[in-house]
Design a protein. Sequence first.
Length: 524
Amino acid sequence: MSPELSAAFAAVFVPNFILQAIARAEPELRAQPLAILEGHPPHDRAIAINRLAELLGVTPGMSKASAGQFGPLAFRARNPGAEEAAHAALLDAAWSVTPRVESFSPDTLLLDLSGLGALFGRHDELARRLAAAAATLGMSVQIALSGNVETARIVARALPGPTIVPAGEERRFLETLPVGMLCPSQELADVFARWGISTCKELASLPVLDLSEGVGQEGVRLHAIACGGGQRPLLLTEPAQRFEESLELEDAVEDLEALSFLLGRILDQLAARVSARALSIAVVHTQFELQPSFENAFDTRRDLLRSKPAPRLFPCTLELPVPTRDAKLLLKLLRLRLQAHPPGAPVQKIHMAAESSLARVTQGSLFVPASPDPDKLELTIARIAAVVGEGNVGSPRLLDSHRPDAFCMERFAAAPSETRGASTQTQITAPALALHLYRPPLPARVQLQQHKPVSVTFQGRAGKVLHASGPWRSCGEWWEEKPWQEDAWDLEIHFFAEPASPRGLYRFAFDGLLNQWFVRGMYD
């Protein structure tokens, strides 16, 4: 066996996949007897049990009532959503090693390891890396490596890994395995049973020509696999850029602390999956399925038919200015969002989807101070928004309107710092007037002479107008509920009885709809 990985295949198999998919979402179930049920009560049956339930005497096929007689047993209904998420997580673990992955079945993946010798070296090092990646995502796997893809698949399902099949010894590893491991069709399996063919060794010993005449090409294909051959190309799976996890609760959760514990568990799984793919999370979409209220639990519009209404959904979207993998940061931001906008009813199910992005790469400078950490800045802004309201924090942006002081608030994002070279020259610009706006505008009294302001009074201050510039008339939005119309003036005012600051330059406005004067701001 060569220590280098040249042209080889790996198979990753998840034993008891249905159990592991459930236990991945609820890790505490691994320490207690567990049975997975399928069907509708009272006809539901156990389709999978763990080792602790097997020791109690529970067997697959038992009803829930029969299995419950053997002792304290945890029951869970089969969850296709959890199985899909577990299979997607298994794919992420495989993609952390190679992009050439085939999804053979929900519990089995096939990997092409050609050309990875320079990265991973020995076979056992690669097998340990695959097992560690799967364990990080909450699954225990069996791994087999071989120069033949079908041999690797069968050995991974048959033997606890990691198992490395040396070149030329594929037939020896397969000969003791039952012929059912080759996944023959039911018709061909019945033929093998009538012939007395029970192991791969017995199948490999049959003449190929006679087998072809007796059972056709499927028998020839299985014969080649039993002999250690049967090479074929992989049907590659396209890597996904969206990561989804879900959790269905036995009892609805209403308290935010208990809900945060469950959200943290899901976020940890999402962060581990994106990290395995060397990606980061840019957007998190969370959808809560709420428990219906008692008075609305049934639709009584028909006397003969009563049915449960569709569950109410509560969406919550978290957009990040900078992609991150920090699950604790995401949990804090989500908690603040839920504190400001709670679901309003107990949560029965949680579905979370993360949109991925490339990981953030930053490079500091020796001559520029370090900018604030975007993660800490986003958390600080979220805490401020929880106190003052989401619409009252951010970056102001002027609207395309002539209406005075027309602006909106946008999400604040720190601009990337620019590196300054040694030859940067400081440019001196001429000073400019700045208008400091009053919000809200100050009410004022203005005396006119020949349609021009000559004296003003506001905030208990009185003054004489030295110079007046205006008016600048503007109006608009007459079709809206709150139209506007005003005449703006720039006034230089000399205040009486104020020797310290006797003069000032102000922006005044006359509201034509309210028939009142206001002070918009002061020039500085």
